[in-house]
Design a binder for this molecule. Structure first.
Ligand code: AGP
Length: 609
């Protein structure tokens, strides 16, 4: 989704902050970019279609001295990706960058046209700059013009605005789209996400819906749309800016795959006691008391972790779990009551589908818990309680370490629930916790497959279709493996429950169809999956088997490729089994020459429905 950066402070520093910030937001996905700088009260706007490099080329032939400006990377919603539709949009002396959708833009546009405003783009955003300009022309101050304009708009927005009339201020607003302000010494910042400003400031305010922030270089105020001051807490972010760099890896995706042992360890650390067999989560006690049923929701990869979470919670805590796509549950009539715990899972904590579904479930009386990676994100704030994954910033669009840390949270939560409902004994708690301690080391061992998987990718990258099969707790890993491959390499891939093969998809199998089978040895469904393997072999399908244990070697003669992963307990096997699939998708993307970090058409944070 679009990225916003704003800066006010030191003369001559503005372009650097805007450009570096936009670069750090590239992971969100975009198709054009632009900046507006105020210099001696005059606006300079440079925009470009395509990647930021195109904008940089244009910027290099200008010199800039301004001490404030706004920048934007656009992910097209209204109007094609083009320079004309790129932000900022300017009307008179007002420049605006916007993330979100103004739902009543057509109506507003008609009114503004009647007043003589000329539209230079096909965007919904352009109505904002004209509206503010219209209020300003009628004598309102910059602040009042902004408030006046946004009282007329419907929809979602994160916005940053500068005006030639008051060139010592930036105004930022938020409604349903993420936006933060960061505080410096003699300088202040606006951004869609923390990484954009982390090298400059770790003191961050998360704007809330309806907030209007007025930034000057030495001060800031936050009001509501009526001008009433509101207080917001300043948070210290302890993310390391170095963690946001690629750390010697060619892509963020590869770095983040290799971050997993640490990320999983950081997510477990300080939350468990092997001595007592207990798990500790702050603020969860009241929420889980008397819970009869869990409903887990999420989108994409986060949905897959919900599917695995179901196996864990049902098996370990014996609490019944339903799983739904966040984008679907809102359009059903789910049976929700005060004894239902809705768990919303989201890496970014800003996914519109998940956030809207969460609010709807809350309205229906559910207790709510979120599992997210981003501190104080929308979903975290909207839920009754939150458990953070400690994956650190995930920049690659394809989710990797966020996924495995979500899985370890589900595992710990299952133990927590089991202990609190009295269904899990101390001894069982101890055993489950003990198993979790082995995960960082087992992940390290799985990552040693890197070179082997690279070779495998070399062999298979020219195939046009793939099937991924698994059963039981690893069935969602088949879905996740297929999603990873689709996302980053643009190869068609489908994940299927192995037992469903004979009910249809087996018709697809021939020598041109590689089938990736995920069957860790410890699995209770291992033998059954091996039967499916024979069915595929009989139809000349190419089989890549991902399994564990010593007996695996005996299978070598029956399949095309054997990938041996380390043994873990059955409940934790998905965390290991997904690693070769992440690497496989990554290296296939590299061989195909697609952009693994920013695949086409995708955005890291999906803030539109
Ligand atoms: C994962 O690789 C995808 N990029 C995507 O499916 C993602 O998981 C989904 O959009 C949900 O995002 P969230 O976890 O930030 O809510």
């Amino acid at each position: 989704m679009c990225g916003i950066v704003g800066y006010i402070g030191i003369e001559g520093k503005t372009v650097q902050v805007l450009v570096e910030g936009l670069k750090r937001l590239e992971y969100r996905g975009y198709d054009s970019s632009g900046i507006a700088i105020l210099e001696k009260g005059h606006t300079k706007v440079i925009k470009s279609e395509g990647k930021l490099d195109n904008l940089l080329k244009k910027l290099s032939i200008h010199s800039f001295n301004g001490s404030l400006g706004i920048g934007h990377t656009r992910w097209a919603t209204h109007g094609t990706p083009s320079e004309r539709n790129a932000h900022p949009h300017v009307s008179g002396g007002t420049s605006v960058v916007h993330n979100g959708i103004i739902e009543n833009y057509q109506e507003l546009k008609n009114e503004l046209k009647k007043k003589g405003y000329v539209f230079n783009s096909d965007t919904d955003t352009e109505v904002i700059s004209h509206l503010i300009e219209d209020f300003s022309k009628n004598g309102s101050s910059f602040e009042d013009s902004v408030r006046g304009a946004f009282k007329l708009t419907e929809g979602s927005y994160a916005v940053a605005i500068v005006s030639e009339r008051e060139p010592e201020k930036i105004i930022a607003l938020r409604k349903f789209s993420p936006l933060i302000i960061a505080l410096g010494q003699g300088e202040n910042f606006i951004a869609s996400d923390i990484p954009a400003v982390l090298p400059y400031s770790k003191r961050v305010i998360f704007l809330e819906d309806g907030d209007v922030a007025i930034l000057e270089k030495d001060s800031f105020r936050i009001t509501d749309l009526n001008g009433q001051e509101v207080k917001r807490e300043v948070f210290s972010i302890n993310w390391d800016p170095v963690a946001i760099e690629k750390g010697g890896y060619k892509h963020f995706m590869l770095k983040e795959i290799h971050d997993q042992p640490h990320a999983v360890l950081d997510t477990i650390r300080g939350r468990v006691s092997e001595e007592s067999g207990d798990v500790y989560f702050e603020g969860l006690e009241n929420i889980v008391k008397g819970v009869r049923r869990v409903v887990a929701i999420g989108c994409g990869t986060s949905y897959h972790s919900c599917l695995i979470g179901r196996y864990m919670i049902e098996n370990i805590a014996h609490v019944s779990v339903d799983v739904d796509l966040a984008s679907e549950i809102r359009y059903r009539d789910p049976i929700i009551d005060e004894n239902t715990l809705v768990i919303a899972v989201s890496q970014s904590g800003e996914t519109a589908d998940t956030s809207e579904a969460l609010l709807e479930m809350k309205k229906r009386g559910a207790r709510t818990l979120s599992i997210t990676n981003v501190p104080k994100s929308k979903i975290a704030r909207e839920s009754d309680a939150v458990i953070y994954t400690h994956a650190g910033p995930e920049i690659g669009v394809a989710s990797t370490k966020a996924f495995t840390t979500q899985l370890i949270v589900f595992y710990l939560l299952s133990i927590y629930l089991g202990r609190h409902t009295g269904r899990l004994s101390d001894n069982e708690g101890r055993r489950f916790i003990h198993d979790s301690f082995r995960m960082p080391q087992l992940l390290e061992m799985a990552l040693k497959l890197d070179e082997v998987i690279k070779g495998l990718a070399m062999e298979f990258y020219h195939y046009k279709n793939f099937l991924y099969l698994a059963r039981g707790i690893n069935y969602p890993i088949a879905l996740e493996g297929a999603l990873k491959l689709k996302e980053v390499s643009y190869i068609h891939a489908e994940g299927y429950a192995a037992g469903e093969m004979k009910h249809g998809p087996i018709a697809l199998v021939d020598e041109s169809m590689p089938v990736v089978i995920i069957a860790p040895r410890d699995g209770i469904v291992y033998k059954k999956v091996l039967n499916n393997l024979q069915e595929i072999r009989a139809r000349r399908g190419k089989v890549i088997l991902i399994t564990s244990g010593d007996e695996a070697d005996e299978l070598n003669t029956q399949i095309d490729r054997l990938i041996k992963i380390p043994d873990s307990s059955y409940m934790l096997s998905p965390i290991i089994a997904v690693v070769p699939l992440q690497l496989f998708a990554y290296y296939i993307a590299v061989y195909k020459g697609t952009d693994a970090d920013q695949p086409r058409n995708l955005a890291k944070v999906v803030t539109v429905e």
